[in-house]
Design a binder for this molecule. Structure first.
Ligand code: VGL
Ligand code: ZN
Length: 203
């Protein structure tokens, strides 16, 4: 069984959003079409409390995109984004959701960020996604969404570590930094992952 994991296709990561990923909206028609080729589709949702420590606003001496140490981990400071219950945290209304069977929320603990759909950045707490996928007899996961160099990359890396055959659908992702995305893809390949294009999956 193969599953499609849609990462953080939320208003704040789309043009006009608080942490807009360049051209992030371009992936929506692609993932909408892609979903039709999967028996199982799940989504992740970045879901932060207003005082989340990944927000630069929580560190008066710091600014957006500064790097700090948070509980021993490297942390980029982001603009406030995907705050629980706000419009920015909602999925894009252009995203088809009829096939999305389950939504895994992440980033609720104020002191630790959570890029991956499987674990927080400290690998302290699981979201339950591994057990969910194993319960559905999934062996192969396709990962798509935003941002390619952060939450998509971390999710794909954890998927490999959890033992899933893992394919990043490149044209169904957009990164914050193109250089970061190149490094991310190279690292996934080095770890046994694959990179694919949606066009080869929907033909
Ligand atoms: C993300 C930065 C902060 C992402 C989430 O979805 O890639 N990036 N929170
Ligand atoms: Zn976030």
């Amino acid at each position: 069984m193969k599953a499609l994991i849609l990462i953080d296709i939320q208003n704040d990561f789309l043009p006009g959003g608080a942490l807009a990923v360049p051209a992030g909206d371009e992936i929506i028609p692609i993932v909408n079409q892609l979903q039709q080729h999967f028996d199982l589709v799940v989504a992740t949702q970045d879901w932060h409390p207003p005082n989340h420590k990944s927000f630069a606003s929580q560190h008066p001496a710091k600014k957006v995109f500064d790097l700090i140490k948070l509980q021993g981990l490297e942390q980029v400071l982001w603009p406030d984004h995907c705050v629980q219950g706000t419009a920015g945290a909602e999925f894009s209304e252009a995203l088809q959701q009829q096939q999305v069977e389950a939504i895994f929320r992440k980033g609720m603990v104020p002191g630790v960020d959570s890029y991956s759909g499987f674990y927080d950045n400290g690998h302290l707490k699981s979201t339950g996604l591994t057990d969910y996928l194993r319960g559905k007899e999934v062996q192969e996961v396709y990962v798509a969404g935003l941002a390619g160099d952060y939450c998509v990359y971390f999710t794909a890396k954890d998927a490999l570590q959890e033992g899933f055959r893992t394919i990043l659908v490149e044209d169904a992702c957009r990164p914050i930094s193109p250089e970061g995305f190149e490094k991310a893809k190279a690292d996934l390949i080095a770890k046994g992952g694959k990179i694919a294009q949606s066009t080869t999956l929907i033909s």
